[in-house]
Write a protein that binds this ligand. Structure first.
Ligand code: BES
Ligand code: MG
Ligand code: ZN
Length: 458
């Protein structure tokens, strides 16, 4: 992405009029109006502040950028910031840079004839602080996206750890990275993470990313991301067509890495701890199997009734570990957890479950300011009862034999392992990549969430 800073808007307008002829006029319901001169996108007008909807704006921008997918593209950011309601300037800047990177920059390609695309952002110097922050966020997102879409023979567990370590090195002295391997995890009793990885050809890891840069504030946010570098289902093997996309079963993990990178690189005055369990769910003679019972980090015994419900197992250990060893005020887990949530909520609406209304509201705000749709689903006491009654022998099982609301069962299951009363679980199985428009704004959602809790503008 290249930046062209312009001294003033009028100069910009002259340039646009002189150089290009108007090719297309995009006028959608007279709500948002754009002008496209060759591949330069200018914003002409938008609804009044009262009717302005950031999610709808983001959606329309996505459809527009999609037309210019993998092409050289210039965005006249000045026109967006000028005509959109002022209070959204920062969000719009974040959203646009995010979209430009996801649509117009090559992130990973093994096509031998792949091209590089050049995206340009035109902006006045007054917007430089906004653009600088958004650019770092876009870089964090791009890194997360790379980890997400890479095949699992390219980014396996070891490579995920190595790349993350490299990316987060030396960006902020308040960021510490810890890597736990099999021995440490055995010693600590993180047996659910180890169980899922038993059939794997690689060692499981637990990454801990500690970023403590506001010690005056007691607020401390935990972020847990599911890192299954490939989910074949284990002995409850997925049918062939269901294996497609399972190299992306570590998107939650990637989102946490991208978020913490962005916060640290922007030197945000916040306290966050990321926990990322990394495993591969495969089949061999050591694999965990149905009816096995393992003791979780919090000493609860869990019966395995489906080896394909592996995400909740590794998250359970990470959630228990994080909330027992750190003084957390809020805890968020993010994961591609259930196929059902994808089928039910579709590909643009992200469901989430919270233990308290106050955390639910904060999450909702974080989604809204990232310009992306979310749905708050209740965590009912009945779901918790279902979890507690799910096994005849152990404290609980990893699936319910009777439940038809699997996504909510999974949420209630995770809650049983959180020692932080303000717990939220976000299920991104359906929304990591919309068929047509890359949605995937989760670094931005988590980034907004963290910042919100510290109420800081620096
Ligand atoms: N990683 C999958 C969930 C998933 C499915 C993500 C499709 C993205 C697209 C998860 O580990 C899984 O296999 N879940 C099972 C749970 C079931 C066995 C209770 C599922 O959704 O089928
Ligand atoms: Mg699975
Ligand atoms: Zn999975």
């Amino acid at each position: 992405m290249k930046f062209n800073q312009k001294n003033n808007d009028s100069q910009l307008l002259v340039k646009a009029v002189d150089k290009f002829t108007i090719k297309t006029k995009y006028n959608d319901n007279e709500q948002f109006t754009y002008k496209i001169n060759k591949n330069v996108i200018e914003f002409l007008c938008c609804p009044s502040e009262k009717n302005f909807d950031l999610c709808l704006f983001t959606w329309k921008i996505s459809t527009l950028f999609f037309t210019y997918k993998e092409k050289d593209l210039t965005i006249d950011l000045n026109t967006f910031l000028k005509y959109c309601p002022k209070k959204y300037a920062k969000n719009i800047c974040n959203i646009i840079l995010n979209k430009v990177v996801l649509f117009n920059e090559k992130i990973l390609s093994y096509k031998t004839d792949a091209n590089d695309y050049e995206s340009n952002i035109i902006f006045s110097p007054m917007y430089k602080p906004l653009v600088d922050e958004a650019y770092v966020l876009a870089c964090g997102t791009k890194f997360a996206k790379y980890l997400q879409i890479a095949p699992s023979n390219v980014v396996d567990i070891a490579k995920f750890v190595q790349l993350t370590n490299q990316k987060l090195q030396k960006i902020n002295k308040n960021l510490k990275i810890k890597i736990l391997g099999k021995n440490e995890m055995t010693q600590k009793g993180l047996n659910l993470i180890l169980a899922v990885n038993k059939g794997s050809n690689e060692e499981a890891k637990l990454l801990l990313l500690e970023y403590q840069n506001n010690l005056k504030n007691s607020e401390n946010i935990g972020l847990v991301g599911k890192g299954v570098v490939f989910d074949a289902g284990g002995y409850c093997l997925k049918p062939s067509s269901y294996l497609i996309g399972m190299n992306q079963d570590m998107t939650g993990a990637a989102a946490v890495v991208g978020t913490i990178f962005s916060l640290a690189k922007n030197n945000k005055k916040v306290n966050v701890i990321g926990a990322i369990p990394l495993v591969k769910n495969l089949v061999n003679q050591n694999s965990y199997i149905v009816h096995d019972i393992y003791q979780a980090y919090n000493k609860k015994n869990v019966e395995i009734l489906n080896t394909d419900a592996e995400g909740r197992l590794i998250l359970a250990d990470a959630i228990a570990y994080l909330s027992k060893n750190y003084q957390l005020t809020k805890l968020v887990s993010i994961s591609t957890l259930t196929g059902l949530s994808a089928r039910y909520f579709g590909d643009i609406n992200t469901p989430y479950w919270s233990t308290e209304e106050s955390c639910a509201n904060k999450i909702k705000l974080a989604f809204a300011s990232a310009g992306t749709y979310c749905a708050n689903i209740p965590l009912l006491p009945a779901h918790t009862t279902m979890v507690k009654q799910s096994s005849n022998l152990a404290d609980c099982a990893n699936i319910s034999k009777i439940s038809h609301s699997d996504s909510s069962f999974a949420a209630a299951f995770l809650k049983e392992f959180s020692y932080c009363s303000c717990f939220t679980h976000i299920d991104i199985a359906g929304t990591i990549e919309y068929k047509k428009y890359p949605v995937n704004p989760f670094c931005l959602v988590l980034y907004n969430f963290v910042i919100e809790n510290f109420n800081t503008n620096d």
